[in-house]
Design a protein around this ligand. Structure first.
Ligand SMILES: *Cc1c(COP(=O)(O)O)cnc(C)c1O
Length: 373
């Protein structure tokens, strides 16, 4: 396949430099979008066609478009960071491309070739680079690739047509006032995903199903929900948008960094995978194993669980202060972000913002550094 040729239609009414500066001063998360977006169409028989950079704006969809009825929708989330040399790089986008194709396979959707996925990122950044926040901090441009089934008709079958799109949104530091632990609701009634289901695919439907338990957690003052496995309601899976890690200390001071293994219902987070590598680089023992909800509560109570945290692209690492459940609540450690948590967070974010070497070749340049004058 030769390099895809994207057509570029410039936005005739882009945000003014002043407006953009206002947005970048306090972007929050997912509230503002850049001037352009990418669209690529798929038609059965023809394949992927018409890759385009166009002004950001609404789509027109037929009311019978299949996504609106049977939910064929998948997405990704990754970040582009301005580097100290002025270039713009994203973190492991090839891993997002591969996962996007895997999600498509599970949802019987067309697989976007990795080459097109990666090209969509560089093409969008080529026109919207000024939306990437300044280097040095944790600010980034959040990239949201997604795909929907666009064929019309109410017959239940895989759509023969898809729309892939990429939008981008400046993101501020997740913890603007320093890293703060969150409380987590350990959910024992609702589950997130079952073996053989769609838990390993990044599809919108999984998130729709998580909103009710999320609201229940919020009623208990919790920012996120941890789910148990659907079969035995015993083993911790993940948090629905974050994977989980635990720091255990045994009586003789030995330290174990543990994360639930990828048992077929857990979404394989790229942050999770990266942290396993970073921890090994730092000489920390990492174990992928089954961890029960009971072990979490018991060992938090007896003090041998000293730290717990969630991880994902948006916040990188979020420490967990207290775990709450239908039968009570237990603080993890002293309720403050722990040393292993913060060491891992610093190590990974330093690679992402270009402040530390990148021994695993994780950063991929999307926009080169300006030529030296
Ligand atoms: C996206 C996601 C994660 C985190 O994955 P990252 O690649 O680290 O951002 C974890 N769980 C679920 C269900 C997700 O959708």
């Amino acid at each position: 396949m030769s390099a895809p040729q994207f057509t570029v239609t410039p936005n005739r009414a882009p945000a003014s430099p002043q407006r953009r500066a206002e947005v970048l001063a306090d972007p929050g998360f997912g509230r503002y979008f850049t001037d352009h977006m990418v669209t690529i169409r798929y038609t059965e028989g023809t394949g992927w066609h018409d890759p385009a950079v166009v002004p950001y704006g609404p789509f027109t969809l037929d009311p019978s478009a299949m996504v609106l009825h049977y939910g064929q929708e998948i997405f990704e989330g990754l970040k582009a960071y301005r580097q100290p040399d002025g270039s713009i790089a994203s973190f492991r986008p090839d891993a997002n491309a591969a996962r996007f194709a895997g999600s498509a396979r599970r949802m019987a959707m067309a697989e976007l070739p990795a080459e097109l996925f990666l090209a969509s990122l560089t093409e969008l950044l080529a026109v919207d680079a000024e939306w990437v926040p300044a280097a040095g901090g944790e600010d980034s441009l959040y990239l949201r690739p997604f795909m929907i089934a666009t064929a019309i008709g109410l017959g239940v079958r895989p759509s023969p047509e898809y729309l892939y799109a990429l939008i981008a949104s400046p993101a501020g530091p997740y913890f603007a006032d320093g890293v703060k632990p969150m409380d987590v609701w350990l959910e024992t009634e609702y589950t997130r995903a079952a073996l053989g289901g769609t838990g390993t695919a990044k599809c919108g439907g999984n998130y729709a199903a998580s909103l009710l338990p999320q609201a229940i957690g919020a009623e208990h003052g919790c920012a996120q929900v941890a789910y148990l496995d659907a079969e035995e309601r015993t083993w911790i899976d993940e948090m629905g948008s974050n994977n989980l890690f635990f720091v255990f200390r045994d009586a003789d001071g030995g330290l174990e960094l543990a994360t639930p293994d990828l048992r077929g219902a857990v979404l394989a987070g790229i942050t999770r995978d990266s942290l396993i590598t970073v921890a090994k680089d730092l000489g920390i023992d990492v174990v992928e194993r089954r961890i029960s909800g009971k072990e979490w509560l018991d060992r938090a109570a007896d003090g041998t669980l000293t730290e717990a945290f969630g991880c994902g692209t948006a916040a990188v690492i979020t420490p967990i202060g207290t775990v709450k459940h239908a039968g009570g609540e237990v603080a993890v450690g002293n309720g403050e972000p722990g040393p292993v948590t913060m060491q891992l967070r610093e190590a990974l974010t330093a690679v992402q913002r270009g402040a530390a070497p990148d021994p695993h070749g994780w950063m991929r340049t999307l926009v080169p550094a300006p030529a030296a004058v």
